[in-house]
Design a protein around this ligand. Structure first.
Ligand code: GLY
Ligand code: MN
Ligand code: MN
Length: 448
């Protein structure tokens, strides 16, 4: 981290912590708890093996401290007291022990270094009888005497409140975008040089200087037809005979916050490239509509209508855009939601919570996959990710139906080898509109 960024974070962290303390205090009072204990989580081994998948710390813990690689850590908070971080540094000659944390955020915590799980418990207050625990449960927790483990109402309230980001969190998300933009540029170069999907991923990781396990999610790197698989996860080791297109959905992490960015490229100046340009303009028009008060369900339906217009304008679907929406054809080409909350988790918590008490805001009847149904508020961070895909199973299911006659199958055959298009940016809702966190990160890499 540059000294300049560290200084900015040092300036922003106190207000972030203060707002977290205010929210937590309200939530604890509502739940009748005196204190909160957050666990980072524990490492687990694979079945019948002596090592396991990479450790991922729990988001609610990371809202307090950007400590991502320390299983068996705890944050304890009692209103009125300085929050405590219990941080394990084991006597271990197999692994290099972590260094005691020392950073812009550490002066705000009472940090206790411990060398065993027993010492972690001993470092915490003797009685946890009025304390709610949030985190992945573990065997010894039963003897810790906490008042409740993951009480639902408390979780819902904290999840609900987490949607509004502090200035510190926004800065972390901006940086996660800056890091990922470097990765995306390197990935594009690798694609244009004819790299295989694995080479493209390695180029992304190298430019981000992050290990795959550190990323907010496994990148989706799809050359040619593979772009039609929404969460494509295979990485071909051999370059394609002819690389026509790349859909890359990849984000980077910073201080436990993640970016979530998709770009689509065409190798040549084809019809597909024209469609990418049109999708890029459509995406920007959608971004321009973001503002506080906007109901995300309406926004999704607006996006579907615009995508239907693109499908009919470009001759993929015949008939009117209205028919394309009403008949369900638009969903054949765009079967996912227009976006979601983003933060400590790539699909951040609380997207359908209507109030701190946990009421659910229903998804529109025809759009059961929508991950966000709330009205936007200043401080929300969302993705906007329209797309058009040529998905074999959805197309084949439609071919024999009356609606299939409205698809220009010749046009579909021309475009199918390119897979699909998605353009995805991350945006912070401001007082009157939005701030795109992604586009300036790319623009800053452009010469001159
Ligand atoms: N990368 C997963 C998503 O865009 O939601
Ligand atoms: Mn994505
Ligand atoms: Mn996304």
């Amino acid at each position: 981290m540059s000294p300049h960024l560290a200084q900015r974070l040092a300036g922003l962290f106190p207000e972030h912590l203060a707002s977290l303390i205010r929210r937590t205090q309200t939530a604890l009072e509502a739940g009748g708890f005196g204190a909160l204990l957050l666990g980072s989580g524990h490492s687990v081994d694979h079945f019948r093996d002596d090592h396991g998948p990479p450790f991922k710390s729990h988001a609610t813990f990371n809202a307090w401290v950007p400590v991502t690689g320390a299983p068996g850590s705890y944050v304890h908070f009692r209103p009125g007291d300085r929050p405590m971080l219990v941080f394990p540094i084991a006597d271990d000659f197999w692994h290099r022990p972590a260094a005691p944390p020392s950073d812009y955020w550490t002066p705000h915590f009472d940090i206790r270094i411990v060398n065993s799980p027993e010492a972690a418990r001993a470092a915490l207050p003797r009685s946890l009888a009025d304390t709610a625990f949030i985190g992945a449960p573990f065997a010894a927790l039963a003897s810790w005497g906490v008042a409740a483990v993951n009480p639902a109402a408390l979780l819902l309230q904290l999840d609900h409140d987490r949607a509004v980001k502090s200035d510190y969190e926004l800065e972390c998300l901006r940086e996660a975008n800056r890091i990922a933009a470097r990765g995306h540029r390197a990935a594009e170069r690798c694609f244009r040089a004819g790299g295989a999907e694995l080479d493209i991923e390695l180029a992304f990781l190298g430019a981000c200087r992050q290990r795959e396990q550190e990323l907010p999610y496994n990148p989706i790197i799809a050359v040619n037809e593979a772009g039609s698989t929404l969460h494509y996860q295979l990485l071909t080791r051999e370059p394609a005979h002819r690389s026509r297109s790349l859909l890359i959905d990849a984000g980077a992490s910073f201080e436990a916050y993640g970016s979530d960015i998709t770009r689509t490229y065409s190798a040549a100046d084809t019809d597909f490239a024209t469609l990418i340009g049109a999708m890029d303009r459509l995406q920007l028009a959608l971004c321009a509509a973001l503002k506080p008060g906007l109901d995300w369900r309406d926004f999704h339906l607006d996006a579907v209508a615009r995508i239907a217009a693109l499908l009919t304008d470009s001759g993929i679907v015949k008939g009117t855009p209205e028919h394309c929406v009403q008949s369900g054809l638009a969903k054949v080409f765009f079967p996912h939601g227009i976006g979601h909350l983003l933060g400590l988790q790539v699909h951040d918590a609380g997207g359908t919570l209507g109030s701190p008490s946990g009421d659910q805001i229903e998804r529109p009847a025809d759009h059961p996959l929508l991950r966000l149904t709330r009205r936007l508020e200043g401080g929300f961070v969302v993705t906007v990710e329209p797309g058009i895909y040529f998905i074999d199973p959805l197309l084949e299911r439609t071919r024999g139906t009356p609606q299939g006659q409205y698809i220009d199958w010749h046009r579909v055959e021309q475009l199918r080898p390119f897979g699909g298009i998605r353009i995805e940016d991350d945006l912070a809702i401001t007082k009157s509109g939005s701030e795109n966190l992604t586009r300036p990160a790319f623009a800053a890499l452009d010469p001159g």
